[in-house]
Design a protein around this ligand. Structure first.
Ligand SMILES: Nc1ncnc2c1ncn2[C@@H]1O[C@H](COP(=O)(O)OP(=O)(O)OP(=O)(O)O)[C@@H](O)[C@H]1O
Ligand SMILES: [Mg+2]
Length: 254
């Protein structure tokens, strides 16, 4: 796919991750406006959002990564689907053409790792100038039951499979922080030196927080696709990323 941009907006930005099902509507509205401004430049965009408090809290409550509880599965999936619906409404209000894609219905995992996502409909949406909007989700696993699929894993899989040109992960921090400073660039070598500075999340997070994110992005970097982690909670940063600016921490192969 030519000129493909993949942007993930963290659940840490669009929800309060410590209070169950608390949407940050003003953030979703602001980000939708920024995407609408940048979209006039005719980019092909896939949007992914994290689950925040519409998934992490429920998944933890039902211990979904370790035990199979069909009611908990449905409840968690419905919660993140609700968040997706709220975000889509804000995007649509800015005259963006958007459509939802729920990973539970088109993805298969093996041991928590994606083996396939049915991407044909994503391609068709892009062809019709529609932004597909995916999210972290509860997904069935070939090894039995379900596992939690992070939005970060979806980013890596789609960026590799669809040869994305630009990949950005907006979270609630300015990038990867070491001793109070943003690390400008992370390569597999640099990672070895700083990995002890990478933690999970200060909030409730069942997919490894920053540590899980960087592990995903390093896989992508080894395949030749760079990405950046930036602060999507800050005004204009999403628009700046979509306009091609380099920002936050760059994760690259060398
Ligand atoms: N070295 C580090 N630099 C930056 N953030 C770090 C670091 N170590 C741990 N973190 C934590 O990682 C968090 C970001 O990851 P988190 O998974 O909570 O956000 P997200 O991916 O945006 O949200 P979601 O998983 O809901 O999509 C930060 O808020 C911070 O608490
Ligand atoms: Mg996360």
């Amino acid at each position: 796919m030519d000129n493909l941009t993949i942007l993930k907006i963290g659940g840490s930005v669009i929800t309060d991750k410590n209070k169950e099902e608390t949407a940050r509507r003003s953030q979703m509205q602001r980000i939708s406006k920024e995407i609408a401004k940048a979209k006039s430049q005719k980019i092909n965009l896939i949007l992914i959002h994290g689950a925040g408090s519409f998934g992490h809290i429920q998944a933890k409550k039902f211990d979904l990564n370790n035990s199979f509880d069909p009611k908990g599965v449905l409840l968690t999936h419905n919660a993140v689907k609700d968040l997706n619906g709220i975000f889509l409404d804000f995007l649509s209000k800015e005259d963006l053409s958007v459509a939802p894609i729920h990973p539970m219905s088109c993805t298969v995992l093996k041991g928590g790792i994606i083996t396939s996502i049915f991407i044909e409909q994503i391609k068709l949406m892009l062809k019709s100038d529609i932004i597909p909007v995916l999210h972290g989700d509860v997904v069935f696993d070939l090894e039995g039951g379900v596992r939690i699929l992070s939005g970060d894993q979806i980013v890596t899989y789609l960026a590799e499979g669809m040869k994305a040109k630009s990949v950005g992960l907006g979270s609630n921090v300015d990038g990867i922080m070491v001793e109070g400073k943003v690390v400008e660039k992370i390569t597999p070598n640099v990672f070895e030196d700083i990995k002890h500075h990478l933690g999970g999340s200060e909030n409730i997070d069942v997919t490894g927080g920053m540590s899980g994110k960087v592990n995903e992005l390093l896989k992508l970097a080894k395949g030749g696709i760079s990405s950046c982690i930036f602060n999507a909670s800050v005004n204009n940063e999403v628009e700046r990323f979509l306009s091609g600016a380099r920002m936050g921490t760059l994760v690259c192969g060398g």
